[in-house]
Design a binder for this molecule. Structure first.
Ligand SMILES: [Zn+2]
Length: 298
């Protein structure tokens, strides 16, 4: 009896040990594979982050962006975008992103009214002002549903592009002003003159400025269509209209550079016909967001 009982126990023990031998390695292996896929995922995100901002190869990807705390210069530590994850994509629909630089100005309200009239959302890359009448316009742009991005406080090329420190000091001013006026910190920005310009070209710190802003999590947009409305001689509405329509040509996505300044009467005059013609040609209008795959000069 005892022996049989013992044999039975030994058999059970062998079975249990056998099962453990099978299951324990399986469990350990699956824990490892989860860890490995996590590492792979992190690497993929890094790759996505590095490639997405400069190339236009994919349509939709999850992008992690924002500051990881590794800013280069130990200044303006509160001028950072919180780390986050978001899908970033290039829409396949025929889309126009109208962008108005250099405002707010005495023309901002007229531009906003036209945009409202056609139910079009746009993006304003704004500069600083101390004009009491213009200050409420930052909030009005946001309240009326448009995107608001930074375009430097002073727009003084010689000042902002004199060093990385000078650039950051100026950006901090417009960053703080937008935050105060609208209650929201901006993420998008546009370099005065674009990310490739006569002031930055050839300067050792061109990359440093771009790297610093990127490390802080800010997203810049250049443009791929210029209205030419900032030309020194001043174009007439018809020429501005033609520049935009011809510049868009057969592009699926266009970021159109226009200006919001006191002397921008011809831009205001051209705007309704530009919107009407593009709508008739099947384009939709949208504002830039943190999910819009950025347009960059190469
Ligand atoms: Zn500008």
């Amino acid at each position: 009896m005892y022996n049989r009982e013992n044999v039975k126990r030994i058999k059970i023990a062998i079975r249990v040990i056998g099962l453990l031998l099978i299951f324990v390695p399986t469990i350990i292996l699956s824990i490892f594979s989860v860890q490995i896929s996590k590492v792979k995922e992190e690497n993929r995100n890094l790759l996505v982050q590095n490639s997405l901002l400069t190339s236009d190869k994919s349509d939709s990807q999850e992008l992690e962006y924002g500051s990881n705390g590794r800013v280069i210069l130990d200044v303006y530590s509160d001028m950072v975008v919180p780390w986050r994850s978001e899908p970033v994509y290039a829409t396949k629909e025929k889309t126009i992103y109208l962008t108005f630089d250099d405002g707010p100005s005495s023309k901002t309200k007229e531009i906003l009214d036209i945009l409202d009239q056609y139910d079009v959302k746009a993006t304003f890359f704004v500069t600083g002002t101390e004009d009491e009448e213009l200050l409420p316009l930052y909030k009005e742009i946001v309240d009326r549903g448009h995107a608001l991005g930074m375009h430097s406080y002073s727009h003084d090329y010689d000042l902002i592009y004199s060093s990385t420190e000078a650039f950051l000091a100026d950006m901090y001013k417009i960053y703080s002003l937008i935050k105060t006026q609208t209650g929201t910190a901006p993420v998008l920005f546009r370099y005065p003159g674009g990310s490739t310009n006569d002031w930055l070209e050839g300067n050792a710190y061109q990359k440093e400025i771009i790297n610093e802003m990127e490390a802080r999590g800010f997203i810049y947009h250049d443009w791929n269509v210029s209205s030419g409305d900032s030309s020194y001689y001043g174009l007439e509405a018809k020429e501005i209209h033609d520049n935009v329509i011809n510049g868009i040509g057969s592009k699926t996505r266009s970021v159109v550079l226009m200006h919001d300044r006191a002397r921008q009467g011809e831009t205001v005059a051209a705007l309704p016909s530009i919107i009407e013609e593009l709508k008739a040609n099947g384009y939709k209008f949208d504002k830039l967001t943190t999910s819009t795959k950025p347009f960059r000069f190469e």
